[in-house]
Design a protein around this ligand. Structure first.
Ligand code: ADP
Ligand code: CA
Length: 420
């Protein structure tokens, strides 16, 4: 039985999807999860206990586990796990992304430096130490700009500013976010800096792919049909296939492949995001992991037979050395909406789910928020209400179905308890 190690922060939807695919494939899937996030229920999942901030000790735990039986491949969900997966793959001598490359990808400033040094399209940017006096930097900033932390995800802490006043407000807001306990406990040294970069106008795309020995196999190119112009950048809709003409798609794929080379990824899943305008394809980020949340459910692949293969199954097959270049997206269009959090407060319920499910083209509506959960919108928040999935013959129809279904949802949120 082949064995694959899956690194995650905690167990959740994504790790369960890998678990189901592993069971189907007859793969022994071993989890390694971050003990810093599960102090309350440590051994529930039989996972190898690791602590992402303590690499040597965590790698030793992985090596102990591998002595019980060889590991054929390593996968990760999430950005920090992706780095740890690269370290584990190197320690175990199995194919993976080089840790150096994953480190660069996990840091927005290092990514900018690397892309700029290679002469790839990159907005002017500057490094702002989190406790520095902003006034001394203002003269070097071109507006509009975007300020962001280096190692958060899901657009957390990403804020557009059109003038010095807005930038002052934005920077203090990001500072307050980074000072929160839940962020400080990650002990990530990259939280000591911010990057301030020029706002890149244009349309946004995401690419899902897998690298085999440095060669990119594109699994899906998504359009993000909602304009993302700030001041906050809530991701909502992804739709594939992209409605762009072939030449434009080729241009995006080539730019992503070039960035991946420059950033130093080599073997395993990649998820890239870029903004495109008449001046070029600007990479926002390349991540050494698959697309997050439940979004992978929007992707189904066909190999030789008629069976639909999930992204998780495809990645597991790749991890044990099976060729996956024969897999293609299912015919037709598929879209997903990450249901935005409309305002802060205490989540009670969503009404209209059945009505939303009844919209033609809707595959599923999944509410992931839990009753009584405290909801916080961007730029501070880190979650969605849930997900809507649609399929249609054409991308435009899949997007229309998403919007219709979303209109039928009524989210009940009680106002936040005032702080006295
Ligand atoms: P995260 O890792 O949190 O997703 P990103 O760097 O991908 O951070 O930024 C999140 C979103 O913010 C992007 O998808 C994009 O919409 C917007 N964004 C980030 N940087 C810029 C920029 N320089 N110009 C325009 N939009 C940007
Ligand atoms: Ca992003």
């Amino acid at each position: 039985m082949p064995r694959v190690l899956l690194i995650a922060t905690t167990t959740g939807y994504q790790t369960r999807a890998f678990g189901e695919a592993a069971e189907y494939l007859g793969i022994d899937l071993v989890f390694a999860t971050d003990r810093c996030h599960q102090l309350d229920n440590p051994w529930r999942d039989n996972a190898v206990p690791v602590r992402f901030h303590d690499e040597p000790q965590s790698l030793a735990a992985i090596e102990d586990m591998a002595r019980e039986g060889p590991v054929d491949g390593v996968l990760a969900v999430g950005d920090r796990p992706a780095l740890f997966a690269a370290l584990a793959a190197a320690a175990l001598g199995v194919p993976g992304h080089p840790p150096g490359g994953v480190r660069v990808c996990g840091n927005k400033l290092d990514t900018r430096r690397r892309l700029a040094a290679a002469g790839l399209p990159c907005p002017p940017f500057l490094e702002l130490p989190v406790d520095a006096d902003l006034e001394g930097f203002l003269g070097d900033v071109a507006f509009p700009c975007v300020v962001k932390p280096l190692a958060l995800s899901g657009s957390r802490g990403v804020i557009r500013a059109d003038d010095p006043g807005e930038l002052r407000t934005a920077v203090s807001r990001v500072r307050r976010l980074l000072a929160r306990g839940e962020i400080r406990q990650r002990r990530d040294p990259s939280d000591a800096q911010l990057v301030v970069e020029s706002f890149i106008p244009g349309r946004e795309y995401a690419l899902e792919g897998v690298l085999k020995d440095g060669v990119l196999h594109v699994l899906a190119l998504f359009d993000k049909p909602d304009p993302l112009d700030g001041p906050f950048f809530e991701e909502t809709i992804y739709v594939t296939p992209s409605g762009e003409p072939d030449t434009q798609r080729d241009r995006i794929v080539e730019a992503v492949a070039e960035a991946i080379r420059v950033l130093g990824l080599h073997h395993g899943p990649v998820h890239a995001e870029c903004r495109v305008n008449e001046r070029g394809v600007y990479l926002l980020e390349v991540a050494a992991r698959p697309i997050g949340g439940l979004c992978a459910r929007a992707l189904g692949f066909r190999g030789h037979g008629d069976r639909v293969v999930s992204l998780e199954e495809l990645l597991l097959r790749h991890a044990i050395g099976e060729p996956v270049h024969g897999y293609r997206l299912e015919p037709g269009a598929s879209a997903v909406m990450m249901i935005p959090i409309p305002r802060a407060g205490t989540y009670r319920r969503v009404e209209g789910v059945s009505a939303a499910r009844a919209v033609p083209g809707v595959v599923d509506v999944v509410v992931t928020a839990k009753p009584d959960q405290r909801l916080e919108p961007l730029p501070e928040g880190a979650s969605y209400l849930g997900f809507i999935f649609t399929r249609a013959a054409e991308s435009g129809d899949a997007v229309r179905a998403l919007r219709q279904a979303h209109d039928r949802l009524h989210v009940v949120i009680d106002p936040p308890i005032p702080v006295v």
